[in-house]
Every structure is written in structure tokens, then in C-alpha cells.
Design a binder for this molecule. Structure first.
Ligand code: GAP
Length: 522
């Protein structure tokens, strides 16, 4: 039996990320959109396996956020909304990125991203110091103590904090002159041309416009929604009344959002068309701090339930708050290119409901029977990008392992609950009635799980294909099966094989892929 004994760390971040992208294509997870026409920048299509993984992530979120809460319900609002929505929400006036052009390369950048990338380079220096010290001190090394006391690390951290705090303040005050001054003081150069010949920083609105109507004269200007949240706000009263919801209660939805991202890079991390999973939790004014902490904890537990490593997550509290928030934090994940935002948790105050009240002229208040008064609820929002979650899951799962026989295997160790295919069924050979039995097993299992039949190539090769595809189980039908109705079942992660009765298969698979088993870990 083959056994693995070490993980081979993938060469470096860049290489690892390239492998993630090419693996996603090779195994039918993600394709470039309109590839035959050379693609469309920052737009992607989910392929046959990708669509299943994406659906499983969405379902895992929906189960945890909607169906497991008796005070949260779901909706599915339209992408098109009345254009006044976006005036009221502040997106027409304030949903923009600060952009800067390099006059030599003619490349356009997000000014804040240039500064943040600069800070990431300093952060890499801290990592280097930590690694060096860990090597020097061996088992006696205490990372937290080292970071808290080492003068060089403290110096780097102070520099990062100073830069980010100034950036945050300048952006909040709309002081774009200072943002440019910061870029110049830090001597940030264009990554393409190496030149520091920058234009002024300007704001650029991220919403895509379109038109509704048959003739040019009468057509109405619309926007493709840049977030799903507003579909929830405008339906707040409808849902509250028809669902007889009592505060605190939540409304959740998943759906497409569109942003004309300028720095559209890093594969499906930042896309122009993407999907969000958002939940607005309506609460009594004054309780927002308590609910902010509660939802921070609950959402982190959801992430950790997937077993992708506690060290891969961290909170990042916002210095610069969006126009609607009185507190905000990001759950950051360690992507192949470093820690980046995966989910946002925002205390949105009563900003949105009040704005919609003002712009629509309709009352959007809640009558609290306990308090015997009406008020505009405050809102706590959790907002996660489905595509970003996909990338987190996929990139974290992809690894190469060196086996005892000096070969390596590529394996996609997706959390079994999310894997697109739960089990592959193989006849050992394509004769003697084995394919027929394998197909019978498929027919039975497919009522409960997404399963796959494969009879091509040697079994070892088929195992490898399923490892790389992320399939948690492979089931092989051989000649013994004909005699005693047993098969071998092989586990993707341990590669252990054992002989079990066909009648046991369903329970064995269910135990590892059942949503309940995973969510109970929350
Ligand atoms: N309703 C609040 C809101 O939209 P956001 O921080 O702008 O907040 C929430 O977006 C989440 O949506 C992000 O944490 C990220 O996961 C995802 N997201 C935002 N822009 C994205 C993009 N261009 N491509 C992919 N995901 C994106």
C-alpha cells in the first residue's frame, strides 16, 4: 500500500498561485470567460466541477445562516433596481476607488492598493525575521513574545501602522493630495515601468451603467447592483410584515454583484462580475456593539468548522469606515498571495433604512411591542464573496505530497462536505460483469451524493485523477465483489483502503460529507 510521509511545500507564493489557476482549469473548475475570443479581463466561468463546489459552498452558508436560524429568512431580489436606490444608498456619490496613473507606463492603479502592497513588503520582512529567529531558537522559540519584543520587528510594525493610519485618515477625509504625497514620500514606483512619475489621485465610480427601455430617448439609466444588500433593505418592511418578523431578525440572500474593478487581478479574488452571500441583521438601536461581537464570533466559527486551519484566518478592524458604518472588520484569509479580505462584518447603523425612507418617502420603521414605540432598526451585516470563498477553499486544498515510493501525488484536499464529487466508482477491469455492478452502485448512490463512474486506465491512474479532483472516496469493484458483495473503498487523504460491504457504502460516505456533521463543529 502506498503511504505519504511529507508535504512538499509548493515552491513559492507565485508558483503556488500559478498552480492553483492551472489546476482549476485542467480539472474543470474555473475557465476564463469567452476564452476562444482571448477572454474577458476579470470575468470567469465556473466549469463542471467548479459549479458543484460553488453550489456546495453556497448551500453550506445558506444552511448555517438561514435554515439553522429561526429568526433569519432568505430572499432573492433582482439585479436591476430602481436607480434611486443607488442615490439613496450613497453608491452614486461615494462608491469609488482612488486611482492614480503612471505617466510613463500609462498603467492605472488603485492608490490605496499601491500603499498597501508597500506595507505587505514590510510585513514580509517581519515574516523573515520570525523565520530566522525560529530557526535560531528551535523548540524554545516563542513567536508571540518575539513579535512583541524584537526591536527590528517592532520598528517594521510601527512603520506599517503609521502608513496605514495616515492612509486611512486621508481617505476618510477625501484628502487625495495627501494620498499622492504618501506615495511620493514612500518612493513607490510603478511595478511595470519602475518610474515614480505619477498623476494626481482621482476618484472613479465602480458601478456599471446600463439602460432599460426600447428607445434611446425614453430609456432609463440603470446600474447593475454593486452589492446584494440594497435588495434586502428595500424589502425590509415587506419581509418584516409578511413574515411577522420580530427584532432581532435577519434577511439573507446570495446573488450576483458587479463592480468595474480597476485593479482586476488575482484570478477570481477580484472580479467584475461576482457573487455575494450577505445577511442583514435588524436590531434595536444601541445594541450594535453586542451584535457586532456576536456575528464576528459566529462567522469565524463557520469558517473554522471547515477545518482549513485556524492560523489561516485573522480579523482586520477597519481604520477607514465606509460611509454607512460605525464599526467594521474583515475576516482575512491567507491566500497564496498573503492575508486578504474574505468576508466583511459591518455595523451599518440605521443609515440605509433612513436613506431609503428619505428618498422613497415611505416609512421604513419597526413597531416594537415590548417598548411600545416605533424606531428605525440598526443593521449588522455579514458579507462574504462566494468566489473569494471558492478561491480560499480551492487554494488551501491544493497540495503535492511525496510518497514513500519517491513519487509525488497532486491532491486536492477539499473539505469533504464541499467536494463536487463525493465518490468515484470503478470496475477493476472492463469485463466479467464488473462494470455492470459498478453502475448499479452508482445508480443507488446518486440519490444521495454526486458520484462519478470511471473505467478508463489502470486503477492507480484513476485514483490519481480523483485525488487531483478532490473526490473524498474511490470505490473499486473487483472479482471478489461478485462473490461476496464487498468492494474496496479508498480514502483520498489517508489513501487507506478497506474492504466493506456494498450495503455499508452509503453510511460510510454520509458520515464524512454530511453538512450536519460539519456544522455541528461550529
Ligand atoms: N454589502 C457590503 C459589501 O458589499 P464589500 O466589502 O464591498 O461589502 C463584501 O464586499 C465581500 O464581497 C468582500 O469581503 C469580498 O469577499 C466580496 N467582494 C467584493 N468585491 C469583490 C470582487 N470584485 N470580486 C470578488 N469578490 C468581491
Amino acid at each position: 500500500m502506498e503511504r505519504f510521509y511529507i508535504f512538499v511545500a509548493m515552491a513559492n507564493q507565485d508558483d503556488q498561485f500559478k498552480k492553483v489557476i492551472s489546476h482549476a482549469k485542467e480539472y474543470g473548475y474555473v475557465f476564463q470567460s469567452s476564452e476562444i475570443y482571448d477572454g474577458l479581463s476579470a470575468v470567469y466561468d465556473y466549469a463542471q466541477n467548479g459549479v458543484e463546489l460553488k453550489k456546495n459552498i453556497r448551500d453550506y452558508w445558506w444552511k448555517a445562516m438561514v435554515q439553522m436560524h429561526d429568526n433569519i429568512v432568505g430572499i432573492d431580489a433582482s439585479i436591476f433596481m430602481h436607480p434611486t436606490t443607488w442615490k439613496a444608498s450613497g453608491h452614486v456619490d461615494a462608491f469609488s476607488d482612488p486611482l492614480i496613473d503612471n505617466k510613463d507606463s500609462k498603467k492605472r492603479y488603485r492608490a490605496d492598493v499601491l500603499v498597501e502592497d508597500y506595507c505587505l513588503k514590510i510585513e514580509a520582512k517581519i515574516d523573515k525575521e520570525v523565520k530566522k529567529a525560529a530557526k535560531r531558537f528551535g523548540d524554545a522559540f516563542n513567536k508571540d513574545e518575539f513579535i512583541a519584543t524584537n526591536p527590528r520587528v517592532l520598528g517594521y510594525q510601527e512603520k506599517i501602522d503609521g502608513i496605514l493610519s495616515r492612509l486611512g485618515k486621508s481617505l476618510e477625509a477625501e484628502d487625495l493630495v495627501d494620498v499622492k504625497a504618501l506615495i511620493e514620500e514612500l518612493e513607490i514606483a510603478c511595478p511595470l515601468s519602475g518610474s515614480r512619475n505619477w498623476t494626481d489621485v482621482k476618484q472613479f465610480n465602480l458601478m456599471f451603467g446600463t439602460k432599460l427601455g426600447a428607445s434611446a430617448e425614453t430609456a432609463m439609466d440603470l446600474y447593475l447592483r454593486p452589492e446584494t444588500a440594497q435588495g434586502i433593505f428595500v424589502n425590509f418592511l415587506n419581509v418584516q410584515k409578511t413574515g411577522r418578523m420580530k427584532i432581532p431578525f435577519g434577511i439573507a440572500q446570495t446573488g450576483k454583484a458587479f463592480r468595474n474593478e480597476i485593479v482586476a487581478r488575482q484570478f477570481i479574488f477580484r472580479m467584475r462580475e461576482f457573487e455575494q452571500m450577505e445577511m442583514q441583521f435588524f436590531i434595536k438601536p444601541g445594541t450594535q456593539k453586542e451584535w457586532f461581537d456576536k456575528w464576528k464570533e459566529t462567522r469565524m466559527k463557520w469558517h473554522l468548522s471547515l477545518g482549513m486551519g485556524e492560523d489561516n484566518y485573522r480579523f482586520h478592524d477597519h481604520e477607514k469606515l465606509a460611509h454607512y458604518a460605525d464599526a467594521a472588520t474583515d475576516i482575512e484569509f491567507k491566500f497564496p498571495f498573503g492575508f486578504k479580505e474574505l468576508e466583511g462584518i459591518h455595523s451599518r447603523t440605521d443609515f440605509d433604512l433612513k436613506q431609503h425612507e428619505e428618498f422613497s418617502g415611505k416609512k421604513l420603521q419597526y413597531f416594537d411591542h415590548e417598548e411600545n414605540k416605533s424606531y428605525t432598526p440598526y443593521v449588522l451585516e455579514t458579507s462574504i464573496g462566494l468566489d473569494r470563498m471558492f478561491l480560499a477553499v480551492f487554494s488551501n486544498a491544493l497540495m503535492e505530497e511525496e510518497l514513500e515510493n519517491n513519487t509525488t501525488r497532486t491532491v486536492l484536499k477539499l473539505p469533504a462536505v464541499l467536494a463536487p464529487v463525493k465518490a468515484a466508482v470503478f470496475p477493476l477491469v472492463k469485463k466479467d460483469g464488473l462494470p455492470e455492478v459498478a453502475k448499479e452502485i452508482i445508480e443507488d448512490l446518486k440519490w444521495d451524493f454526486n458520484v462519478f463512474y470511471d473505467e478508463k486506465d489502470a486503477v492507480g491512474k484513476r485514483y490519481r485523477r480523483q485525488d487531483a479532483n478532490g473526490t473524498p472516496f474511490c470505490i473499486t469493484v473487483d472479482h471478489q465483489t461478485l462473490e461476496d458483495k464487498t468492494v474496496t473503498i479508498r480514502h483520498r487523504d489517508t489513501m487507506d483502503q478497506r474492504r466493506v460491504a456494498i450495503s455499508e457504502l452509503k453510511d460510510i460516505i454520509k458520515k464524512e460529507v454530511d453538512v450536519k456533521e460539519w456544522l455541528m463543529k461550529m
